[in-house]
Design a protein around this ligand. Structure first.
Ligand SMILES: Cc1cc2nc3c(=O)[nH]c(=O)nc-3n(C[C@H](O)[C@H](O)[C@H](O)COP(=O)(O)OP(=O)(O)OC[C@H]3O[C@@H](n4cnc5c(N)ncnc54)[C@H](O)[C@@H]3O)c2cc1C
Length: 535
């Protein structure tokens, strides 16, 4: 069997990469060792940047049409128990009522993994040149001068797949990372956590807190557990957050813990229990020769913040256009090396932020809530109000993280041409759009339903702003000579010119700005060589 790119692992990141490559006309094969059934959905927050990619791929409507109820409120609530005292909450509207942030044509969505993975798989299957094979496990890889061979196990026995590149999107225990002998650095154990999915139709009728997305249960000894409404209906994920001390729980103990968190016995069915280790780790390298790693194979983060899959999908988009460029012959010999230079610092930034979120969530273990906060009466109300207000304020950083999702930039990239402007602060809760090279090209509406972001994706785009913008002749000629896809787009709007900062802005296929200036450079062909990794 032969393919251009072999992707190992059909979790959300492998599927996103297969879809991205398929969308770019690249033939690839994606293999997955399981049958694809998701027993314990993990992710459910599809961040705003991921939704921008879905918009580009034409599948944003599929996400919005998922079975997740769009009229279900998304409040985060901190309680002594679900039926106990409420310390505070961060109210969030239902998906239908949430407004788009002004910086994007999309907004974050709630779409749990057992709904989102099938959407990505449907997207992948829409390309005849992409093959998705379940129950196929990677066993080994051999690198040769001009390609690789992979040994895989299927129900029918072992077979060999010949390919030009391999991408390991095979998760935390990545076989590909192990085969490449790539170590990970950081903190291997933040907590030993136990998750249980339980089913309870009518759960929200059993308590007085109303519709919720997440409860954080804080007991006198500190933060104890969380309960997440996975599907907004009858399935919930209970987590005993745990600590760095290893501890395992029997089903009876998990059952008792759920009852403690709820505050009294109630009827529910435990569907599955999954102990897991929360880590803060980033791989020391993201590539070796013709093999790359992406997603959880490359970085492991606390889920606090919902960054894991979203940054993995950014990896897929960064790597996807570069693989396509090299396979289609217009990518330079150094292009693929820029993948690690661009994505690894973003991973380090995000896993640290997620660990900070975890520390904030667990902080009542160190700074215990006053004992009165757990007693009825006026003094209790005052203590709860005081403790709850401080906790609510502190936790906002986790709930409002647009800067993490949209503000990542490729500062050290060798395929970005800096314009000499100072790097703006890397904020978490706020995000100021900028077209400074290395950053995501800003969103602005060019017509009622069309964003500047809708211009980007297939190839490079040279934006020419204002009245009589500088011509693009030399750029187009240089691109033609290389068969590099480049389109020029004129935008007259002064407002969008102000947002982009210069009269000429070059945007890459992944939607990041790679060069800008007010006049044509002396040699546009040289700029094109830099941004295609040929210098
Ligand atoms: C409780 C929890 C909640 C989370 N919530 C969010 C959230 O809201 N938003 C978010 O962005 N992230 C979230 N995350 C993180 C997110 O789930 C992961 O980052 C994401 O699933 C990683 O995707 P992946 O495709 O890289 O890896 P995985 O989802 O782990 O997929 C890897 C796949 O590779 C397959 N595989 C492994 N080895 C082989 C092999 N040798 N051959 C073939 N196939 C193989 C595996 O079977 C698996 O299907 C959460 C995590 C947890 C634990």
């Amino acid at each position: 069997m032969k393919t251009d790119v072999l992707i190992v692992g059909a979790g959300p990141v492998g599927l996103a990469l297969a879809g991205e490559l398929g969308w770019r006309g690249v033939s690839c094969t994606i293999i997955e060792k399981t049958d694809g059934a998701i027993i314990q959905p993990r992710m459910d927050l599809v961040g705003v940047r991921t939704m921008e990619f879905c918009r580009r791929w034409g599948i944003a409507d599929w996400v919005r049409a998922s079975q997740y109820p769009r009229d279900y409120r998304q409040d985060y609530i901190w309680v002594s128990a679900v039926t106990g005292f409420e310390f505070g909450r961060e109210p969030f509207p239902a998906l239908n009522d949430e407004l788009r942030p002004p910086q994007s044509p999309e907004k974050r969505e709630r779409c749990p993994q057992d709904m989102f993975d099938p959407i990505l798989a449907r997207f992948v299957r829409s390309f005849p040149h992409v093959s998705l094979q379940y129950e196929t496990e990677l066993l080994g890889i051999e690198q040769h001068a001009d390609g690789l061979t992979a040994r895989v196990a299927t129900n029918g026995g072992e077979k060999i797949i010949a390919c030009r590149y391999v991408v390991g999107a095979d998760g935390a225990a990545s076989t590909v990372r192990r085969l490449l002998d790539i170590p990970m650095s950081g903190n291997p154990v933040l907590t030993y956590t136990t998750n249980a999915i339980f089913r309870c139709p009518g759960f929200n009728r059993l308590h007085d807190k109303g519709e919720f997305y997440r409860f954080i249960v804080i007991r006198p000894e500190g933060t104890f557990a969380t309960i997440v409404a996975i599907d907004g209906r009858d399935r919930f994920r209970f987590s005993i957050v745990g600590s760095d001390e290893k501890r395992s729980y029997s089903e009876e103990e998990v059952r008792a813990a759920i009852i403690t968190a709820f505050g009294r016995p109630f009827d529910f069915e435990i569907m599955s229990i999954m102990p897991w280790v929360r880590r803060e780790l980033v791989a020391d390298r993201f590539a070796s020769g013709r093999v790359f790693i992406a997603g959880d194979a490359a970085h492991l983060t606390s889920p606090t913040g919902g960054f894991g899959m979203n940054m993995g999908i950014q990896d897929a988009v960064d790597l996807g256009w570069k693989l396509a460029a090299v396979l289609q012959g217009w990518g330079g010999t150094n292009l693929l090396q820029s993948y690690e230079v661009e994505r690894r610092p973003v991973a380090i930034r995000n896993v640290r932020e997620a660990s900070g979120n975890l520390r904030r969530m667990l902080s009542p273990r160190m700074l215990k809530p006053p004992s009165q906060a757990f007693l009825p009466g006026g003094a209790g109300d005052v203590a709860r109000e005081e403790f709850g207000r401080a906790y609510t304020e502190m936790m906002k950083r986790e709930w409002f993280s647009i800067g993490i999702h949209l503000g990542y930039r490729y500062e050290e990239s060798p395929i970005i041409v800096p314009d000499g402007s100072p790097e703006p602060p890397d904020e978490v809760t706020t995000y100021d759009q900028t077209a400074r090279p290395g950053h995501r090209a800003p969103h602005a509406w060019i017509s009622p339903d069309r964003s500047t972001l809708d211009l980007f994706g297939r190839g490079f785009v040279l934006l020419r702003f204002g009245v009589n913008p500088p011509h693009a002749k030399a750029w187009m000629q240089a691109a033609d000579r290389l068969n590099l896809p480049l389109q020029e787009v004129e935008i007259a709007s002064e407002e969008i010119l102000r947002l982009y900062g210069n009269r000429l802005v070059l945007v890459r296929p992944d939607g990041h700005v790679c060069w800008r200036g007010d006049a044509n450079p002396a040699d546009p062909a040289r700029i094109i060589d830099i941004v295609r990794g040929a210098e």
